[in-house]
Design a protein around this ligand. Structure first.
Ligand SMILES: Cc1ncc(COP(=O)(O)O)c(C=O)c1O
Length: 499
């Protein structure tokens, strides 16, 4: 590990009083979860009965008419009718008018328990009033942006540096995707090396270089539509969890430009959907040190959600670069940031007439006062309320309840959680691989039906008043009281009885 990062980490370990406060009360039994997931994949899909699915679709037809009208209009002016990959789109997108705490209401007046939480950033619950009030004050004073320095930029950077053990300097950016782009660029600029290795199936945004081995490990450039081959020619995907294969890649890369960085989601690919062993990150850190390669933690999901010191605090592993997003602005726009020790971060020393040759990173609205004020007050509130721990407890309660329902009803589905990130696998599609020819053929054959099952479950949850992320992931928030979770469990049980 970079020695400067080590020094920063050591001093912060002593200073940081929140260091042991995390949303994860107990690490999953990874081997047991993997075994259950393999069993799920080993059997044919267990679908919702046709007559019951017809009732689910009827809900959308009868109760979501205005959403459907809007979705039809959207399809005329927005490609595919949706703007981003979080959008719920089976059988059609829902238009939301109201979001508050643990609930959302659609344009037709239907109320839902909100387990999407905007895809993760609203750890305090949706549209959290104390932060909203501060943002309004800011808007009244200088509007959303000025293009010049604002005190909230400094306050937010200071706060993040205080909490994140491996962050000594912070650069705000527009999104997690942008922050990953910056991390890769800085890693190459700092080390002078070429290769970047990611874990197959991991998601690091949609930049040219990271649309590689996405979702299904072993698929390489399968999704690289519109991306020239040369752009991904120095990206490797490693089979998730396989440190032996990673060592071989690091060794081979030495002969052709060296490895600038290994980038991982620290809970495992797709926000822990493919769960890792608890010691994985420590072993990975050692391997990166051995090959003098930077370790990048993509903490877009885990930053602040796992705890104020992120997954790096939880695992006690110091990455060289930390990518942040989502919670860093508490759900407000322009959520992206890159952090690390001074010597690496100074590769970004920007500004007109800065003098030093630095990596080009930044944009018109990067580090605008609105995002920085929202982020500052959101993190202050997370500190004050212990939001991550509350959300984690809600995640535990939900996950335990789901396990009980699935087992009582004799279903093959698998529930597991890392604190406030709960996974409910009904189809196993997220666990398919494509590393061997046999796996490739199987994935090609089975993925469509398994994906459709996941969509059907997503729609069925909706028809029973619950919104999830793509029918398989659930983000809990501080707003999820025991009553909310128990209400949700009754609704999940009603859906499971449709099978
Ligand atoms: C781990 C991870 N990295 C990067 C990103 C990209 O962030 P953004 O959607 O802000 O571009 C995401 C988004 O979900 C993510 O989950």
């Amino acid at each position: 590990m970079n020695t400067q990062a080590q020094t920063v980490a050591d001093s912060k370990e002593i200073e940081n009083t929140q260091f042991t406060d995390f949303s994860i009360s107990q690490w999953q039994d990874t081997d047991a979860v993997m075994e259950q997931l393999h069993e799920l994949l080993g059997q044919p899909v267990r679908s919702i009965r046709r007559e019951n699915m017809d009732k689910v679709l009827k809900y959308f037809e009868e109760k979501c008419k205005t959403s459907k009208e809007l979705a039809d209009q959207a399809a005329q002016v927005i490609p595919g009718g949706i703007q981003h990959n979080l959008a719920f789109n089976y059988p059609h997108p829902l238009a939301i008018t109201d979001a508050n705490g643990a609930h959302m209401t659609d344009v037709d007046g239907n109320r839902y328990i909100d387990f999407l939480q905007a895809g993760g950033p609203t750890l305090l619950g949706s549209n959290y009033e104390p932060v909203r009030n501060k943002v309004k004050e800011l808007l009244d004073s200088c509007g959303p942006t000025t293009g010049l320095l604002h005190e909230y930029e400094v306050k937010l950077a200071d706060l993040v540096c205080k909490h994140m053990p491996a962050v000594e300097m912070l650069r705000m950016l527009g999104s997690g995707t942008e922050a990953v782009m910056a991390a890769i660029r800085v890693a190459r600029a700092h080390t002078g090396k070429k290769w970047i290795i990611k874990m197959g199936g991991g998601y690091h945004g949609w930049s040219d270089q990271m649309v590689f081995g996405m979702r299904v490990p072993g698929t390489g450039r399968r999704d690289a539509v519109g991306i020239p081959r040369g752009t991904t020619s120095k990206i490797h995907e490693n089979f998730p969890h396989d440190l032996g294969a990673l060592r071989r890649k690091l060794m081979i890369n030495r002969l052709s430009g060296g490895t600038a960085a290994v980038i991982v989601e620290p809970l495992g690919p797709e926000s822990g959907t493919r769960p890792i062993h608890k010691t994985f990150n420590q072993e990975l850190r050692k391997l990166c040190d051995e090959y003098n390669t930077l370790l990048i933690f993509d903490e877009v999901v885990t930053g602040f959600r796992v705890g104020l010191s992120g997954a790096q605090g939880y695992f006690g592993v110091m990455p060289d670069l930390t990518v942040l997003g989502k919670c860093i602005t508490g759900g407000y726009p322009m959520a992206g940031a890159l952090g690390g020790p001074r010597d690496i971060m100074m590769n970004l020393a920007g500004g007109i007439g800065g003098g030093k040759k630095s990596a080009m990173v930044g944009g018109t609205l990067s580090a605008n006062p609105l995002s920085c004020a929202a982020g500052y007050y959101s993190i202050k509130e997370m500190e004050r309320t212990k939001a991550a721990q509350h959300a984690g407890r809600a995640g535990d309660r939900l996950c335990n309840g789901l396990k009980e329902i699935v087992s009582r009803l004799g279903l093959p589905y698998v529930a597991y959680n890392q604190g406030s990130i709960v996974h409910l696998q009904t189809s196993g599609v997220m666990l398919l691989n494509a590393h061997t020819l046999r796996q490739k053929i199987r994935t090609l054959k089975e993925a469509p039906a398994r994906k459709h099952l996941m969509e059907e479950f997503g729609a069925a949850y909706c028809a029973h008043g619950i919104i999830t992320l793509a029918g398989s992931r659930i983000y809990t928030s501080m707003a999820d009281t025991d009553d909310v979770i128990d209400d949700a469990l009754n609704r999940f049980e009603d859906v499971m009885k449709l099978v």
